[in-house]
Design a binder for this molecule. Structure first.
Ligand code: CAA
Length: 379
């Protein structure tokens, strides 16, 4: 195994690091406080090619590998997880889903503007009563001949108000259970499609999370993704890649908090010396660094497997399960290293601690990852 990044990967990593420091860091506390979407920053990320990183160039993407994508996710998330979740959903759930399973028409019309950063996408699976139990879709898509009639509610939708293109999962043949589910491309502005209020969240407060309501929305037949009944499999396959992106986000949050704690520990003095010279702090830093490195190996390996065209179901879930736990553990410790300063906003670590929690919840809770892992190792 080669544990070395290529020249190109190192350059992309550096570009993301610079962007995070120069463009994301300056307003991140204000955006968190006031729940402001990083619109200007996302636009620039689109111009850098970070919104469709793995999409082929002919569809407006950057044609890069999954490892480059996780490097970018890691660097952006060190500073602003609200911005990185936009990148994650657009890349791994929306663009990937369309490129892997969309028709030529769908790729032309919808993927190209999404991958080139002109538009943002959202992935709409969760419902008030279908979170972990994703087969229990209550949103219905009735086949009316040349269109489907969409009715129902989706919850917790990232990019809810800022997206223009929504991939919506709905039940067409309830008697067939998960085999009757379809995935559709829905456009903002289709009559009958409305937004619920923005959620007031604990973390990733700069990202806009909404419920969506569909009331007799007519979706053209050509907007169904794949064969009739492919929707659940579509959602599962797409989420597998999404989990690698969120694992990289968790890794970045942990690494960002660790870097802040390390710098603080070297300059803050107590009992006549830097606190990093006290074993109580030095050992915490040692544990944090070790946990982060272990998480990094899992995340990079999952991305590498994807790049090799090998199965990454198990590796992606392991990476997400572990990296999100590391994000929680390390951010709590980073606040502790900062003492009272860690509890105030200017020092960033309290925000990273709040942001870390969602990585154990979205794109499959930790318990769902344990379910996927246990099924894989026991089968
Ligand atoms: N790839 C392909 N097919 C898959 C699959 C996968 N990874 N996982 C399941 N399937 C197939 C199964 O083979 C089965 O098909 P057959 O009947 O033809 O064999 C079918 O799907 C049903 O699978 P299960 O019997 O395993 O279904 P289940 O209900 O027991 O469990 C689950 C499935 C893994 C728990 C799934 O429901 C799941 O992943 N739940 C979590 C959902 C989730 O991650 N939600 C996140 C929302 S999106 C989000 O957060 C985005 C955001 O905004 C940030």
């Amino acid at each position: 195994m080669l544990f070395q990044l290529s020249e190109e990967q190192l350059m992309i990593q550096q570009a993301a690091r610079d962007f995070a420091q120069n463009e994301l860091k300056p307003g991140v506390i204000d955006r968190d406080e006031h729940q402001k979407f990083p619109a200007e920053q996302v636009k620039k990320l689109g111009e850098l090619g970070f919104l469709g990183m793995m999409v082929a160039e002919k569809y407006g993407g950057s044609g890069l590998d999954a490892l480059s994508y996780v490097l970018v996710m890691e660097e952006l998330s060190k500073v602003d997880a609200s911005a990185s979740v936009v990148i994650s959903v657009n890349n791994s759930l929306v663009c990937y889903g369309l490129e892997a399973y969309g028709s030529d028409f769908q790729k032309e019309k919808y993927l190209t503007p999404l991958a080139s950063g002109q538009k943002i996408g959202a992935f709409c699976l969760s419902e008030p009563e279908a979170g972990s139990d994703a087969t229990s879709q209550h949103t219905t898509a009735e086949d009316k001949g040349d269109y489907y009639l969409l009715n129902g509610t989706k919850n917790w939708i990232t990019n809810g108000s800022t997206a223009s293109t929504y991939l919506v999962i709905a039940q067409t043949h309830p008697e067939l259970k998960h085999k009757g589910i379809n995935a559709f491309i829905v456009e903002k502005g289709m009559p009958g499609f409305t937004l619920g209020p923005k959620e007031n969240k604990m973390g990733i407060r700069g990202s806009d999370t909404h419920s969506l309501m569909f009331d007799d929305v007519k979706v053209p037949k050509e907007n169904r993704i794949g064969e009739d009944g492919f929707g659940f499999r579509f959602a599962m396959k797409t989420l597998e890649g999404g989990r690698i992106g969120i694992a990289a986000q968790a890794l970045g949050i942990a690494a960002g908090a660790y870097e802040l704690a390390l710098a603080y520990a070297k300059q803050r003095k107590s009992f006549g010396k830097p606190i990093s010279d006290h074993q109580a702090i030095a050992f915490k830093l040692a544990d944090m660094a070790t946990q982060i490195e272990a998480a990094r190996m899992l995340v990079y390996k999952a991305a590498w497997l994807k790049d090799q065209g090998l199965s990454y179901t198990l590796a992606g879930s392991m990476a997400k399960l572990y990296a999100s736990k590391v994000a929680m553990d390390v951010t709590v410790e980073a606040v502790q290293v900062h003492g009272g300063y860690g509890f105030v906003k200017e020092y960033h670590v309290e925000r990273l601690m709040r942001d870390a929690k969602i990585t154990q919840i979205y794109e499959g809770t930790s318990e769902i990852q344990q379910l996927v892992i246990s099924r894989e190792i026991l089968k």
